[in-house]
Design a binder for this molecule. Structure first.
Ligand code: UDP
Length: 380
């Protein structure tokens, strides 16, 4: 296929990311598969990105993640400086067939403002946007600019302007799903795990109370605000409490963390993360927000760990109740579901991941959307 895509990963982290990094992980997973399908990739990112691509463009020497702690207008300033590099490239060359943009709100607005001669653009929505319609108020790229979601429920909740420009959704995927059915089976422990940022929406406080109720050990893995290790958070002292996720942790989660039944292990990565997930009886998602994409959900399935969750956001799309996990609309029922999760078959979870959540499945779907976006842009 002769198609050149400018993949705009943004200026926040290098690709692949050094640790936590949602968008950058998606790009790092998608790009090798697209290139295998013959797509040429021009990556717009930061200079420290090491992902093999056909060409790189960047404005910043390294990731500007630290800038995300600043006021919103300054965050936009960093995004805009990066985007000016993308716009310059699009103005000065004619080999780009399509822009695949991942820069929240500002990227889409920039693409929309570029005028009819710019290449068509597909903007992937990564967050739950229902609470932020103002970010996407006046979207008008005509037929040239389109969006996709990472689940149907995310799109259904998105502001009307986005839904009007949508070409559908593409589920997140994980390299762990490749050959998941041939992976040696991990011995299942009797513990539960919540893998993800410590945040009220992810519901670790609810999970901790649940663990105490049912008597299963619970491992909480993930950063608290910018702190990846318990010792870093302890060393940061009272100033750390300015971060809302730190306050949530201290006020609602830490009182249950006894180091025995409920443990916070900080951010885990690589083999340690995979082993922890694979060995868990169930992966818990006691969500209070509408999870838009749920990478940790598909990672759990790929590693043969059933999911127990509140039926929010994309969870009912990713999990088949009774086969790959157990869902409920009633928080009070989660305890019973945790007890029943031991009856679910890890092989069914792996099979589901192999069928639906491999990088190849995601890339194939994006190639279809690229075609659709180009057709719509070419419409007289
Ligand atoms: N993650 C990780 N280590 C941790 C916690 C999370 O590697 O200690 C990864 C997790 O495996 C997943 C990503 O961070 O790939 C979280 O993505 P998800 O879509 O589940 O959540 P969000 O983007 O909302 O944080």
């Amino acid at each position: 296929m002769s198609l050149t895509v400018l993949m705009n990963a943004g200026p926040w982290l290098s690709v692949p990311p050094p640790g936590y990094g949602g968008i950058e992980n998606v790009v790092a997973t998608l790009v090798p598969e697209l290139r295998r399908l013959g797509v040429r990739i021009v990556l717009a990112s930061v200079e420290t990105s090491t992902l093999p691509v056909d060409e790189k463009i960047s404005v910043f020497p390294d990731g500007q993640f630290h800038a995300l702690q600043r006021p919103y207008n300054q965050v936009c300033g960093v995004a805009q400086a990066h985007l000016s590099g993308v716009v310059r490239a699009l103005h000065t060359r004619d080999d780009i067939d399509l822009v695949h943009d991942h820069v929240e709100a500002v990227g889409l607005a920039t693409m929309a403002a570029m005028g009819p001669d710019a290449p068509p653009a597909l903007h992937t929505l990564h967050w739950d946007l229902a609470k932020h319609p103002e970010l996407y108020g006046n979207l008008d790229g005509g037929d040239r600019v389109r969006v996709n979601g990472v689940s149907a429920s995310q799109l259904a909740r998105a502001p009307q302007a986005l839904r009007d420009h949508s070409v559908g959704h593409v589920y997140l995927s994980t390299p762990l799903a490749v050959d998941a059915d041939r992976r040696p089976q991990a011995d299942k422990g009797d513990y539960l795990i919540i893998l993800g940022r410590i945040n009220p929406g992810k519901g670790q406080d609810l999970g901790a109370r649940l663990a105490q109720q049912v008597g299963f050990p619970l491992v909480l893995a993930g950063p608290v605000g910018p702190y990846h290790r318990p010792e870093d958070l302890a060393a940061a002292g009272d100033e750390a409490r300015q971060n809302p996720d730190v306050r949530f942790f201290y006020d609602h989660v830490a009182p249950h963390v006894d180091g025995d039944l409920v443990r916070w292990v900080g951010t885990v990565a690589g083999q340690e993360r995979d082993d922890l997930l694979a060995g868990a009886r169930a992966s818990l998602f006691p969500l209070r927000w509408e999870e838009p994409g749920g990478t940790a959900v598909v990672e759990s399935l790929a590693l043969g760990t059933p999911v127990v969750s509140t039926a929010r956001g994309c969870l009912p799309e990713l999990i088949e109740h009774g086969r790959t996990g157990l869902l409920t609309t009633d928080e009070e029922e989660l305890g019973e579901l945790v007890l029943a999760a031991g009856l679910l078959d890890p092989d069914e979870c792996r099979r589901e991941a192999v069928a639906r959540f491999t990088p190849a499945v995601m890339a194939q779907r994006y190639v279809e959307l690229y075609e659709r976006v180009r057709q719509l842009a070419a419409r007289p």
